[in-house]
Design a protein around this ligand. Structure first.
Ligand SMILES: [Zn+2]
Length: 265
């Protein structure tokens, strides 16, 4: 089974064809929300698509509307994973906003620990701060679309974290070095759809996750199907799931109740 641990299928790019895109192959998709609206959209998608699971978070790029973050925190009862949260020092340069990013991230990490939810983290320029911050929380975590050095990749793994790899790996030598440096047992795959495709400018889709797996297989000198099986095993360990079907039933019940009460309010 293919595993796309981080995608944004609620994006405009997939409007009207979400079901098609998610069912093009046999794939487990975690849809990561970025603000309050996309959190609601993520729950709606998760309630009607069997193989799509809800990850809820508040993206650090949206720190200027930080008043939405508590509203997303309130929805974490319905999440199977916390994402997308993290640190972005590439688009956000203002010192006060950066402090705010850190504060919001801490709130999400605290809740993730309390609820025993895994966290998938965004990091652009924030690796050092994350490495300082994460040891204070007892959470399972992965760095999504990891773009740092092999040294940082190993440092995250030393903290018990996972490195999540998108199809852009096929054209990115720095990412390839990180993949080489990390034991397969600590790698996950994702697409970050519609972003991070194997070809420049393409609208990435969950089934393209096979391209990341093929490249990992090439780097590790393994068979593609063996890497696919290992990654799925890692994903189950990361998410604490023995059976995707059971997880599906669990999310369905929770989310349907919530959406029902929301509609009747
Ligand atoms: Zn993302």
């Amino acid at each position: 089974m293919l595993f796309d641990g981080h995608a944004h299928i609620d994006s405009e790019e997939f409007k009207g064809r979400v079901e098609d895109v998610v069912n093009e192959c046999n794939v487990i998709v975690f849809n990561a929300s970025v603000d309050f609206n996309s959190s609601i959209k993520t729950l709606e998608l998760a309630s009607r698509i069997d193989n799509l699971f809800p990850a809820l978070g508040f993206h650090p790029e949206f720190v200027e509307k930080s008043n939405e973050a508590p509203k997303v925190l309130d929805l974490l009862d319905f999440a199977l994973e916390v994402s997308e949260v993290g640190l972005d020092y590439y688009w956000i340069k203002d010192r006060n906003l950066i402090m705010k990013e850190i504060e919001i991230l801490k709130n999400f990490l605290e809740q993730a620990e309390k609820r025993n939810l895994p966290v998938v983290l965004h990091s652009r320029g924030g690796n050092r701060d994350l490495l300082d911050l994460l040891p204070s929380y007892k959470v399972r975590f992965a760095i999504h679309a990891f773009e740092g050095s092999a040294k940082h990749a190993r440092a995250f793994v030393d903290l018990g974290g996972y490195i999540s790899v998108p199809p852009i790996l096929v054209r990115d030598k720095v990412r390839a070095e990180a993949v080489k440096a990390v034991d397969l047992a600590y790698l996950l795959t994702e697409t970050d759809s519609p972003f991070m495709g194997s070809e420049k400018g393409e609208i990435n889709r969950p089934c393209n996750v096979i391209k990341a797996i093929q490249k990992i297989a090439e780097i590790k000198g393994m068979k593609t199907e063996d890497v696919e099986a290992e990654i799925e095993k890692n994903a189950r360990r990361f998410l604490n799931v023995s059976d995707w079907f059971e997880l599906r039933e669990k999310k369905r019940e929770k989310i349907e109740n919530y959406l029902y009460t929301r509609r009747s309010d």
